[in-house]
Design a protein around this ligand. Structure first.
Ligand code: OSB
Ligand code: MG
Length: 370
């Protein structure tokens, strides 16, 4: 198998409803779709970097540059098509995990399509449906947020994640708990607090939450361990965990009791698997985080979340929760009991609709061997 061509497309898709986190409010999303072609097949990957360096330092522009100048040339110069080989070659370049993951995922999809089996089979997945939840952004008012939560619960979601920040936290959690006393609930701060806020964060213990995600900035493993010593609610790390080594260090320091795996944040499926296996050995449950992916990235996430240690509900919702018209057919829909079935076709198991991708494309480029 030889990769004959790689294409990058920069897309913009508007959300059905704005998404606000401690970073600010966004009305839509820019991202890159990677296509890898070989022997009449096409593998798809998604680069989850956004237009601005808020969640991470990567942006759509840096990812495009790193892919075109460094990562795609690895494939053609060294005749690489196996995702594991790409992972080892790409490792010598520091950082830029989202750019690496987008290309690695396209190779995984291609490999599974070539074998004629779903990706979850290649990965050794052990379940055919994934327990999921919905991540709700910051709203203009608490009643507005409560109305939205109600709608998602009526649709069948069984787990709710609240985005919090200083000034939108205790009161919000209190009202949500009052109205929905039994719903599985968790909160995500995207690093908006510091150790000075410890006493305020400890007040969240009274709301019986599944976890508190990333209260402090990414490079603060130590401060997380100081909070975890004093708070009953399990801490979950997202931004802080960028490799198997950071996962090991976080667990050794007792900085968290749960880890959220995002394939883009950690640089691909090979690294995701290492983190997954490490946590499994340590008895630490993981779940699959989301980056408001299009159906392409979300289908990838469903296969990844089929691995055995994904034991908590993942941030994976139906297509219509994010986009009016997703890039894939059929759209991803919520099934019974707040779960989403893992697609069963070859590769990612969903069909990207090229005409929809074209309509959303702002920039594109094709790469071939010299
Ligand atoms: O921190 O989990 C996060 C979206 C963009 C950036 C960061 C995060 C999120 C989400 C969205 O919470 C979850 C989803 O894709 O449904
Ligand atoms: Mg998060």
């Amino acid at each position: 198998m030889k990769i004959e061509r790689i294409e990058l497309s920069l897309l913009y898709l508007p959300y059905v409803h704005y998404f606000e986190t401690s970073f600010g409010r966004e009305e839509g999303r820019s991202f890159i779709i990677v296509r890898a072609f070989s022997e009449g097949l096409c593998g798809y990957g998604e680069v989850v970097a956004s237009a601005t360096p808020l969640y991470s330092y990567e942006t759509t522009s840096t990812a495009w540059l790193i892919l075109s100048e460094f990562l795609i040339p690895i494939i053609f110069k060294k005749n690489i098509y196996r995702p594991e080989d790409f992972y080892w070659e790409a490792r010598r370049f520091r950082g830029h995990p989202m750019a690496k993951a987008g290309l690695e995922l396209a190779l995984w999809d291609l490999q599974a399509k070539k074998a004629g089996v779903p990706l979850s089979r290649i990965y050794g997945g052990t379940r055919d449906e994934i327990a999921v939840g919905v991540s709700l952004g910051i709203e203009d008012s608490i009643p507005e947020l409560l109305r939205r939560i109600e709608l998602f619960i009526v649709e069948g979601y069984k787990r709710i994640k609240l985005k919090i920040k200083p000034g939108w936290d205790i009161e919000v959690a209190k009202e949500v708990r009052r109205q929905f006393p039994d719903i599985a609930l968790q909160a995500d701060a995207n690093g908006a607090y510091s150790l000075k806020d410890k006493e305020a964060l400890k007040m969240l213990d009274q709301f019986n939450m599944l976890m508190l995600e990333q209260p402090f900035p990414p490079y603060d493993l130590w401060d997380h361990s100081q909070l975890q010593r004093e708070i009953r609610t399990p801490l979950c790390l997202d931004e802080s965990i960028i490799s198997e080594d950071t996962a090991r260090q976080a667990l050794e320091m007792k900085s968290c009791r749960i880890i959220n795996i995002k394939v883009g944040r950690v640089g691909g499926m090979v690294e995701s698997r290492k983190i997954h296996d490490h946590c499994r050995r340590e008895g630490i449950p993981v779940w699959c985080g989301g980056m408001l992916e299009s159906g392409i990235g979300r289908a990838h996430n469903l296969h990844i979340a089929s691995l055995p240690n994904f034991k908590l509900p993942s941030d994976l919702s139906a297509s219509k929760r994010y986009y009016k018209e997703d890039l894939i057919e059929p759209p991803i829909e919520l099934g019974e009991e707040g779960k989403i079935p893992v697609p069963t076709g070859p590769g990612i198991g969903v069909m990207p609709r090229e005409e929809r991708i074209k309509r959303a494309t702002i920039r594109e480029e094709a790469f071939t061997p010299e």
